[in-house]
Design a protein around this ligand. Structure first.
Ligand code: BTN
Length: 257
């Protein structure tokens, strides 16, 4: 807790609960359980390690002790579904900017919300909504951020794709603080123009050929823009333009359709 005492104080003043655990299953799950019990405050949790870190699309997130930052933020939104859609995009930019400010390293964004440094994924973001489907309301969102900060022994299946920012331990809490400050400033509603501009600037997919899947079938297209809702606009070999709103893409190494 000592490591995060400034952060804890600031959050208290902000009426936001703070938890720091040595280990948990998943910080997102921790906050989901808290929200399920009717916890009314916004909340932040940081864990030194996770035994069941969750990634997007049912994947896991490797979260060993001592080399990464694993944290989640619970925000009570109570807004129409459409106003929560842009949160992922805004978080991506907030985390990228915080990394640059604190660690002096510039990361790129791979749509939707993976951050890359020196061609390796160093950060994953998992935003989950707690919805009231009857009334079309997003009651709360849980924003999970996992960053590989120091080199570690990745399992074989991650060795070629995952990397670390390689930053000093003394910066871990500073970075957490900066990210949380920025996340707490995010407004629900349409995505700010400046956020979209920054997202586009940092995109490592725009202008590149990408593979994506529709009903299990692989397709290839060129990524041409990020739309106002954070969707990826793509053009296929027939010149047809469509927008991907979710799912996963992979960057193609060769540039043919
Ligand atoms: C992804 O890469 O697909 C998203 C990974 C998100 C990982 C973070 S670590 C903190 C929070 N808790 C989790 O279980 N997942 C997120």
């Amino acid at each position: 807790m000592l490591m995060y005492s400034n952060l804890s104080l600031e959050l208290k003043e902000n009426n936001t609960a703070f938890f720091h655990l040595e280990e948990t299953d998943s910080t997102n799950l921790y906050l989901k359980r808290l929200a399920g019990e009717g916890f009314a405050q916004n909340a932040v949790i940081i864990a030194d390690s996770q035994v069941s870190g969750k990634g997007r699309c049912g994947k896991s997130f490797f979260s060993p002790k001592g080399t990464g930052l694993y944290m989640s933020v619970l925000l009570h939104a109570n807004c129409p579904f459409c106003d929560a859609v842009g949160v992922t995009t805004a978080v991506c930019v907030a985390v990228s900017e915080a990394i640059e400010e604190v660690c002096k390293k510039r990361v790129g964004i791979k749509w939707v919300n993976d951050l890359y440094f020196e061609n390796k994924k160093v950060c994953g973001i998992l935003c989950e909504a707690i919805n009231d489907y009857k009334n079309g309301i997003t009651k709360s969102v849980i924003i999970g951020v996992g960053i590989n900060l120091s080199p570690c022994a990745f399992p074989d299946e991650l060795k070629d794709i995952a990397g670390s920012l390689n930053v000093e331990k003394s910066l871990y809490s500073k970075l957490a603080h900066c990210i949380i400050r920025k996340i707490l400033l995010i407004k629900f509603g349409s995505i700010d123009k400046s956020v979209l501009e920054e997202y586009r600037k940092r995109s490592i997919v725009l202008g590149k050929y990408v593979d994506y899947y529709v009903s299990g079938k692989k397709n290839t297209a060129i990524a041409i823009d990020i739309d106002s809702k954070g969707g990826l606009v793509i053009k296929n070999h027939n010149g047809e333009i469509t927008t991907l709103t979710s799912g996963e893409i992979t960057l193609r190494l060769n540039s043919t359709l």
